[in-house]
Design a protein around this ligand. Structure first.
Ligand code: SAM
Ligand code: SF4
Length: 350
């Protein structure tokens, strides 16, 4: 029973799990936790009749978080059902204590082939070698600007230097396939598209440009903030000769290109302009133990209660199957009926 693949009602096989290990963050990215004056100013810009709404976020008490033992138990069951890829995220995952301990636990689980971490990099250096030793192979850093002032405006933190040092250190230590995520927002960092691509190419990093999604805590997202993947690609094509690459795998979220000399890779993640819901093979667990079947779900499922009720592995597997059958067909961004979920990106885990 447990060993059968985990399918949803649309026939999608779930293989990829994102685990948020904390909802806390030491950054205030304008597209995620826009709680700075700069963010308010940007969203209040005179060309947009859009007064920022008051922020209602509050951190969950740490005591509400799933423990590492609980996370490992769920992953163990999910691995038997076909999950093979894990990404640790947050909030800022490296604000949680002893992340290497969690990675070690994951590495012991048969069937888990890939464990990755997404981080803002600020606290990476001090934990990097332990993370590598624990078995973490892949890291994605969020880097939206190479200009110190603009970086601060975007993230609320004067942390560009630390982030660049973290990336260099990850390379030095030997992490493989290091990725950069860059969210591009019109009028804010779209003038940096080419320099970000240049930087990634020079440093032998894989860069993913991501469309801004309506998951910000200020609920200030508007369609015209979004630099679409196509716009980004057209800009890049004016500067570089690019060749399309195939999908990494069938459920890949990124459309990929490489530079014609073969050095460097660019990916576009276009959830707004070209949704990839039909191929989505992901589920997510929040730090406080809710299972979410879509980034934009309005319903979440109380995993923590199930595992704290002494449910055995077969019972847990059955529950997981039932929940996954409720996975949404897709998000509805751009449609009249779209409503932003209550949980923001930082509390879901990107
Ligand atoms: N704090 C870590 C970091 O920033 O890398 C991990 C969590 S963060 C929520 C994960 C990814 O989500 C980041 O790469 C970030 O750029 C992206 N992200 C956050 N809010 C977003 C939004 N509204 N639209 C698109 N991507 C977003
Ligand atoms: Fe924090 Fe990451 Fe959100 Fe930025 S994107 S505020 S670093 S959780």
């Amino acid at each position: 029973m447990i060993e059968n693949g985990l399918y949803d009602s649309f026939g999608r096989l779930i293989r990829d799990l994102r685990i948020s290990i904390t909802d806390r963050c030491n950054f205030r990215c304008l597209y995620c936790l826009p709680e700075t004056e700069e963010a308010a100013d940007f969203f209040r810009s005179p060309t947009r009749d859009n007064e920022p709404k008051p922020i209602t976020r509050s951190w969950k008490p740490r005591s509400h978080f799933l423990t590492y033992e609980e996370i490992a138990r769920v992953v163990n069951v999910l691995a038997k059902m076909g999950i093979h890829k894990i990404r640790l995220t947050g909030g800022e995952p490296l604000l949680r204590k002893d992340v290497p301990e969690l990675v070690r636990k994951m590495c012991c689980i048969s069937g888990i082939q890939d464990i990755a971490l997404t981080t803002n990099g600020f606290s990476f250096k001090s934990q990097a070698s332990e993370l590598l030793k624990s078995g973490l192979k892949r890291v994605t850093f969020s880097l939206d600007s190479l200009d110190r002032g603009n970086f601060k405006r975007l993230t609320g933190r004067d942390g560009l230097k630390q982030l660049i040092e973290a990336i260099n250190y990850a390379k030095e230590l030997g992490f493989s396939k290091i990725k950069i995520n860059a969210v591009i927002i019109r009028g804010l960092n779209d003038h940096e598209i080419e320099s970000l691509a240049d930087y990634a190419r020079d440093q032998n990093l894989i860069i993913r440009f991501i469309e801004f999604m309506p998951l910000d805590s200020g609920r200030s997202w508007q369609r015209d903030h979004v630099m679409t993947g196509l716009e980004i690609l057209n800009r890049l094509k004016e500067r570089f000769v690019l060749e399309p690459l195939g999908l990494e795998h069938t459920a890949s979220t990124a459309k990929r290109w490489r530079f014609c000399d073969g050095k460097g890779e660019i990916g576009l993640i276009m959830p707004v302009s070209e949704p990839f819901c039909g191929q989505c093979n992901r589920i997510r667990i929040t730090a406080d133990g809710k299972l979410r079947t879509c980034l934009f779900s309005h319903n979440e499922h109380d995993l923590k209660t199930i595992i704290r009720n002494n449910t055995d592995d077969n019972g847990l597997a059955l529950w997981l199957r039932e929940v996954v059958m409720k996975k949404e067909k897709g998000h509805q961004i751009g449609q009249k009926q779209f409503q932003q979920p209550e949980r923001t990106m930082s509390a879901i885990g990107g």
